[in-house]
Design a protein around this ligand. Structure first.
Ligand SMILES: NC(=O)c1ccc[n+]([C@@H]2O[C@H](COP(=O)([O-])OP(=O)(O)OC[C@H]3O[C@@H](n4cnc5c(N)ncnc54)[C@H](O)[C@@H]3O)[C@@H](O)[C@H]2O)c1
Length: 272
């Protein structure tokens, strides 16, 4: 292990997180895969260790502050370094705001916001002590503009972008690169794992799957290269610029687009 880089990836047992684990291992980084899904986590560990020692799985729920703190500090004490942290675990939630309860809000805020805060807070302190490191927090293009019928999800992803872009500048002084990853549509189980509130999830998923999807493998390469280039926002599609331009120059066109999103989304509404 000596001299080898070490990474922690949350939500590393599936989709984007798993592709990041694979890409890091292919670059000879030792990866600590963390996830709540033990079966997928162990499978990912076995796949990565087929031709050597590249990974270890730890069952970790990112909503558990004490557990996140102790896992991160145990890894640091054991390997004397943490080079990369990918705070990636998260899920999507669709629904009209009036159908949501406070419990729905708490559920998504716990994973998508508090999970990222814990990982960033504890990981950053350890990296500051060692004097280097790379942190990538997975947000979404939904964090860069409005997402009608996914307001809670958009709220969580805006929060991740606020946290991460602020820390990007704060951390530079200490030799730490911090980036937020803002994917748009990536071919993963995220659509099946999303929570739909009074919406027909299958119909919603089928509508979303009509979009052009990027492979998680391609996104993983973009994410790792992006944090090495110290980009504050890693956005694989020119979505951010498009949204900015539409907001400022074509508010009417943007409104039409948002109305269309509402109309299409509401076709999946369960009315009973
Ligand atoms: N797939 C996309 O199109 C897309 C687009 C934008 C943003 N994202 C974001 O990318 C990230 C990864 O999503 P994905 O597409 O790979 O989805 P995915 O469903 O394939 O993977 C998410 C992983 O997170 C794990 N997870 C969920 N809750 C957890 C918890 N409390 N603690 C630890 N692990 C937990 C799941 O078990 C799963 O393995 C998410 O934050 C998601 O919001 C995905």
């Amino acid at each position: 292990m000596s001299g080898r880089k070490v990474a922690i990836v949350t939500g590393g047992a599936s989709g984007i997180g798993k592709a990041i684990c694979n890409e890091l291992a292919s670059r000879n980084v030792f990866v600590v895969i963390t996830d709540i899904n033990e079966t997928n986590g162990k499978r990912t560990e076995d796949e990565l260790n087929k031709d050597g020692v590249y990974a270890k799985f730890i069952c970790l729920d990112v909503t558990n502050e004490k557990m996140v703190r102790s896992v991160y500090s145990e890894i640091y004490s054991k390997y004397y370094r943490i080079d990369y942290i990918f705070n990636n675990a998260g899920f999507a939630m669709y629904g009209e705001l009036y159908d949501m309860s406070i419990e729905h809000w708490e559920e998504i805020m716990d994973v998508n916001v508090w999970g990222v805060i814990y990982g960033t807070q504890f990981g950053y302190q350890l990296m500051k002590e060692q004097g280097w490191g790379y942190i990538v927090n997975t947000a979404s293009a939904a964090g860069l503009g409005p997402s009608p019928l996914s307001a809670a999800y958009a709220t969580t992803k805006h929060a991740v972008i606020g946290l991460t872009t602020s820390l990007h500048y704060e951390a530079e002084n200490y030799g730490i690169n911090v980036s937020t990853l803002c994917p748009t549509f990536v071919r993963t189980a995220a659509f099946d794992n999303a929570k739909a509130i009074k919406m027909d999830k299958l119909m919603m998923t089928n509508q979303l799957k009509k979009q052009k999807m990027m492979s998680p493998e391609k996104l993983a390469t973009i994410a790792i290269d992006g944090v090495h280039k110290n980009k504050p926002i890693i956005c694989p599609l020119p979505m951010r610029r498009t949204i900015d331009i539409m907001f400022s120059m074509f508010p009417f066109a943007h409104r039409m687009l948002m109305k269309l999103v509402c109309k299409v989304g509401r076709e999946a509404k369960v009315t009973t």
